[in-house]
Design a protein around this ligand. Structure first.
Ligand code: NAD
Ligand code: LMR
Ligand code: MG
Length: 595
């Protein structure tokens, strides 16, 4: 049996003094070490800051108050988003403390939907780079570039996007770096992943977005998107370079195009701990919402029928999680598959669509004979025939859940579950307000972006946000802390069960199907525990002495390694002998207490 180690000895423990070799202006310019007006008298002396700050010494709480006033004075969500981006470059602790203090209000500004707007305007809003920019013309230089961002032990979590299918707003070229950065902010905010141990990456392969190509300020490669063998080679070189440079890091793929997302996931899953958020993260959170909806409707998951409107990366990811959950409930895989109906541009997907179908869609395609005399292009007809319990939208087609569609659904089932998931908000298939009105408050609703509460018949309904942000940070934390060698299907199932068990609707059926964003840190810690336990069960852990046998100990162990936005005392170390982290090199390095 390996010796039990004290929590402080784990490399990710985020307590105790921070070694710092920076001083003067360099220190003020390091977002990781900077404390602004909160530097103590002693620190001001020790680090050569005298005369560089006004005399008053403020607490973090006072700084939050000032920053919130500045934030509030910005009059549009996009201006607020830009303010937050600047704040992130200035002071990490204040940035995360500010968001954490006002999470409900700020979530939609730093993430969906406003981050979508910021990404669309990336080249015009650009002030300074944040992350790793790799382009397909320099594919032979990827290894050396990655090595600038840290050594083997320095990076825990990488988010990479090729910018092709950002949210529902399509090809954003090099602006895709914005989704990598935003997702990493969430890993820190929602799961306490150390902000200096993460790396946002964009793979610039060109863009087919005419507006960008024609914009003289566009910052990416000004050429059509490269596809085929050259693209695959670029990805291959990148993934192998990640494995070599950061062998313990988790690689998270975000917003890749339909023809690449799943293919790359399947190719690389056996090789390293990787994850596609749009396929798997969305599958996990939506399956948890379906499980909660089943409980409220007093049904069993294995008996549900699901219509998926929009069967791309996200839609088929959800379909697969649902099918597996039904099969786990005792049905055959074929029976489980038959409980899902996929609808996409051609209407209901049928066997005769043949080559038009993606591999992921093919298994769900229906026999043409079953539908021979029916209008398979019409969603109302499909709903009338299928009588689904669950209708999910991942189509990017706004308003496609019309009054007729929603009312048809409510005719056949007592508590229809209707989840318009397309982001950003303007692309939602229906608004929660309409869905409640059209179903007389009977629908069980969850949406991809945040919505304010809805009043119906004098009752107030909080709207569950069904966004992968509730799932991936906890899954990531679990993989990081156990140093999992792979992310298995069973680890995802464990994450679903953990999230579903934390649904507020289980305690009170009038409450939302999924936990509120204000609870997300607690939820993520629980998800991480579930993922770690399963990793250990399957022997996928590289950290040996995890206390998996005792739930409380495990939770303490996880929480003890979550980064918190607090100012740690700074300890002056010698520049010549200090670690890269203490030197604040590139702002990325290993900054745990063990340094
Ligand atoms: N809430 C979440 O957590 C979450 C997660 C991932 C994706 N999404 C959202 O889901 C949407 C889809 O994302 P994706 O990554 O799957 O994109 P995708 O391009 O892979 O899939 C979109 C699918 O919708 C289909 N479609 C387009 N027009 C249609 C129409 N008129 N009728 C039926 N189907 C139509 C497309 O053919 C495609 O198969 C986006 O808006 C995205 O923001 C939400
Ligand atoms: O980024 C989000 O808001 C969720 C999801 O990954 C999406 O692509 O829409
Ligand atoms: Mg996404």
């Amino acid at each position: 049996m390996p010796q039990k180690r004290a929590l402080e000895d784990y490399p990710l423990a985020a307590k105790g003094p921070l070694e710092c070799a920076l001083e003067g202006r360099a220190l003020l310019n390091s977002s990781f070490f900077n404390k602004g007006s909160a530097f103590t008298v002693q620190e001001r002396k020790d680090f050569g800051l005298e005369g560089m700050l006004p005399v008053a010494i403020h607490t973090l709480e006072e700084q939050v108050e000032r920053a919130y006033g500045q934030y509030s004075s910005r009059d549009s969500p996009l201006a607020k988003n830009s303010f937050m981006t600047s704040m992130k470059y200035q002071n990490d602790v204040l940035y995360y403390k500010l968001i954490g203090t006002h999470i409900k209000e700020m979530f939609s500004v730093i993430y969906t939907p406003t981050e979508g707007e910021a990404i669309e305007n990336y080249s015009r809003l650009f002030r300074r780079p944040d992350g790793c920019f790799l382009n397909i013309l320099e594919k032979d230089n990827i290894g050396p570039i990655l090595s600038k961002f840290g050594k083997e032990e320095d990076i825990d979590y990488i988010v990479v996007s090729d910018g092709e299918e950002i949210l529902g707003i399509g090809d954003q070229g090099v602006g895709g770096i914005g989704i990598s950065t935003a997702k990493l902010v969430l890993t820190t905010l929602c799961a306490g992943v150390h902000p200096n141990r993460t790396l946002p990456v964009v793979l610039d392969c060109g863009t087919n977005n005419k507006v960008l190509i024609e914009d003289e300020l566009y910052l990416g490669l000004r050429q059509p998107r490269v596809r085929g063998a050259e693209y695959d080679e670029f990805i291959e070189i990148f993934v192998q370079a990640v494995k070599k440079q950061f062998p313990k890091a988790m690689l998270h793929f975000e917003d890749f195009g339909l023809q690449n997302a799943r293919r790359l996931l399947e190719q690389y899953r056996p090789q390293l701990t990787c994850f596609n958020d749009d396929v798997q993260g969305t599958g996990v959170v939506t399956m948890a919402a379906i499980m909660a909806a089943a409980k409220v409707a007093k049904m069993e998951v294995k008996d549900l029928r699901v219509v998926m409107f929009g069967a791309g990366t996200a839609g088929t990811g959800i379909a697969d999680q649902f099918r597996d959950a039904v099969a786990a409930g005792g049905k055959s895989k074929e029976e489980a598959t038959a409980q899902v109906w996929l609808v996409d541009k051609p209407g209901l997907l049928l066997k005769s669509h043949g080559d038009q179908l993606t591999t992921a869609q093919t298994t769900y395609a229906r026999e043409d004979e079953e539908w021979s005399s029916k209008d398979t292009k019409d969603l109302v007809t499909i709903i009338r025939e299928v009588k689904p319990h669950v209708l999910i939208g991942c189509s990017t087609r706004p308003k496609s859940f019309t009054e007729e569609v929603v009312k048809e659904m409510a005719k056949h089932v007592e508590r229809p579950a209707i989840f318009p998931l397309s982001n950003p908000t303007k692309l939602h298939e229906a608004s929660p307000e309409d869905i409640y009105a059209w179903t007389d408050g009977k629908a069980l609703v969850a949406t991809g972006s945040p919505f304010p509460p809805v009043e119906h018949n004098g009752k107030k309904f909080d709207i569950a946000e069904c966004n992968n942000a509730t799932a991936f940070p906890g899954i990531g934390l679990g993989c990081i802390l156990s140093r999992a060698t792979r992310l298995s299907d069973k680890m995802l199932v464990a994450a679903i069960a953990s999230l579903a068990a934390q649904s507020p609707a289980l305690k009170d059926p009038t409450r939302p199907l999924l936990p509120d964003v204000e609870d997300v840190r607690r939820i993520s810690a629980q998800i991480a525990c579930a993922v770690i336990k399963q990793a250990v069960e399957e022997g996928l852990n590289r950290i040996e002495d995890i206390p998996v046998d005792n739930e409380e100990d495990l939770l303490d162990w996880v929480k003890g390694q979550m980064w918190n936005p607090v100012y740690r005392p700074l300890k002056k170390v010698d520049k010549s002998t200090s670690s890269r982290a203490a030197k604040g090199e590139l702002g990325i390095g290993r900054l745990g207490a063990s340094e």
